[in-house]
Design a protein around this ligand. Structure first.
Ligand code: C2O
Ligand code: CU
Ligand code: CU
Length: 490
């Protein structure tokens, strides 16, 4: 018998830590497409959506079902679809037995409607936020945001997409038939224990929380999709707690990136690889040939994290995600227009304030989240530049509520095309300085903070998060926000 030294044990672990599922996924279940959420107009003309956060069971594996949470169902939630200019309203019922919240990731809206850690919904209670959609067509999402519990609640299955349309997106001849050639894809990793239950334990030496060895798309394990059109738009959401994906097709064919977090790019960008960190979205269009089979995969990340960080945090993994099976003849009625969205112009604004953020360990600027500390106030109507750096080499990203930002430069250089559009979450490659410009155009509320944080949910829960308020002229930061659960939050 060989007795390993601890160094030897670490080396063995390190070698086994790389996961490769290519060729090992059965692709024997048709991809589930989340239903579009129903709505009814209220007396004011707002469209009201009822969302019920509940627990249930989902059959992922043969044998025992898995205990899961979902919205209006057992796992994940319906896709909400709304138009710019429209008033939306929600009745969110908490039917699980602990507090939770629902946050609208990527949405520009008043802080009191944001569903962050201060908008707690107690068990049995209903929360009813409403706001007017006022931003370009985009692929957003919703998920719980209770401080310290976000990773757990998302991992159990509470998440869904929120698709926005506008006049510009209506006019484009992009693939846009939901579930046919316009496919939402919520990509999440999961680990199952011996009883078929979700296991959220972090691997040895991981600093990012759970890295699952099974990939679910819209809650389907081992999915395939029957394709009937030449062009297919995939709305990719990295809905994983910690895992970074580097998407690409199995034959390395190029695809077109048409949109990022905040909306459509001015022009499509052709690539064959695309990194998405937790919380980020991308809209891509893939061109298919009749009668073929091709897989979407995640390839090893193309940059490193320090030390053992890449290997033990999933960045060396290779994963099969979904198989596309195309029909013998493909409809061909859509196209990728030469111009789509608008180029962000925040970099030409006067900058009222420059702030710096260093992400290290699970701190931002050496601090951990404190529900009772508002870190700063920004002035309504101004543009700021936030300089954000990941200084410790672990994987981190950076997400800001309320705004979509423009990446002005990365270490002084213009961002690559996939980081040139509007974003609300950006992967932070270690030791590079990302300069983000954002405008706080309205919704001042000195008493209700918005969050900024790392979107690796384990890091966020450990306190890698801070709070800011939008202040009107001459206003100062208001009272410490109340964190009581309950019905309506003023
Ligand atoms: Cu997707 Cu503050 O969250
Ligand atoms: Cu958010
Ligand atoms: Cu982090």
């Amino acid at each position: 018998m060989v007795v390993l030294s601890s160094v030897g044990a670490v080396a063995v672990f390190y070698n086994q830590a790389k996961l490769d599922t290519v060729g090992k996924v059965a692709f024997d279940k048709e991809l589930a497409v989340p239903p579009l959420a129903d709505s009814k107009p209220d007396s004011s003309g707002a469209r009201v959506f009822n969302l019920d956060v509940r627990s249930g069971e989902t059959q992922f594996l043969p044998g025992d079902a898995t205990a899961t949470w979902g919205v209006n169902g057992a796992f994940l939630g319906p896709t909400i679809r709304a138009r710019r200019g429209e008033e939306v309203a929600f009745a969110i019922t908490n039917s699980v037995d602990v507090q939770t919240s629902i946050h609208w990731h990527g949405m520009h809206l008043p802080a009191a409607m944001d569903g962050g850690p201060h908008q707690v919904v107690a068990p049995g209670e209903v929360w009813d936020p409403r706001w007017k959609i006022d931003q370009p067509a985009a692929t957003l999402w919703y998920h719980p945001h209770l401080h310290g519990q976000t990773a757990d609640h998302v991992y159990r299955g509470v998440a869904g997409m929120f698709i926005l349309d506008d006049e510009n997106s209506d006019k484009l001849n992009l693939p846009d038939e939901y579930g046919v050639d316009d496919i939402p894809m919520i990509v999440q990793d999961r680990k199952f224990d011996g009883d078929n239950q979700f296991d959220d334990s972090a691997p040895f030496l991981s600093n990012g929380g759970v890295f699952g060895d099974e990939i679910l798309v819209n809650g389907t394990r081992g999915p395939y999709l029957e394709v009937a059109t030449r062009l297919v738009r995939l709305r990719l959401l990295n809905g994983s707690n910690s895992r970074l994906y580097n998407f690409g097709l199995s034959d390395d064919r190029p695809f077109k990136l048409i949109g990022t977090d905040g909306g459509l790019l001015a022009e499509a960008w052709e690539t064959n690889r695309l990194h998405l960190s937790p919380g980020e979205r991308a809209e891509i269009v893939v061109a298919f040939e009749p009668g073929e089979t091709v897989e979407l995969r995640s390839y090893p990340a193309e940059f490193g994290f320090k030390g053992t960080g890449s290997r033990t945090n999933g960045a060396d993994d290779r994963l099969d995600i979904i198989q596309f099976r195309t029909a013998a003849t493909l409809a061909d009625a859509t196209e990728i227009p030469a111009t789509m969205g608008t180029t962000p112009d925040l970099d030409t604004d006067d900058v009222a304030q420059v702030r710096s953020f260093e992400l290290s360990g699970t701190n931002i600027n050496g601090l951990r989240m404190d529900m009772n500390r508002v870190d700063f106030g920004v002035r309504e109507g101004t543009t700021e530049v936030w300089q954000v750096t990941n200084t410790n080499g672990y994987m981190h990203n950076f997400h800001i509520h309320d705004v979509q930002f423009q990446i002005v430069d990365i270490d002084g250089e213009k961002p690559p095309p996939h980081l040139s559009g509007l974003k609300d979450t950006v992967l932070l490659v270690p030791d590079r300085r990302y300069r983000l410009a954002m405008r706080f155009s309205d919704y001042n509320d000195r008493n209700s903070p918005y969050m900024f944080h790392c979107h690796l949910l384990t890091h966020e829960d450990k306190g890698m998060m801070g709070q800011f308020v939008v202040l009107g002229d001459d206003e100062e930061i208001g009272r410490v926000p109340s964190t009581d659960g309950g019905h309506d939050h003023p």
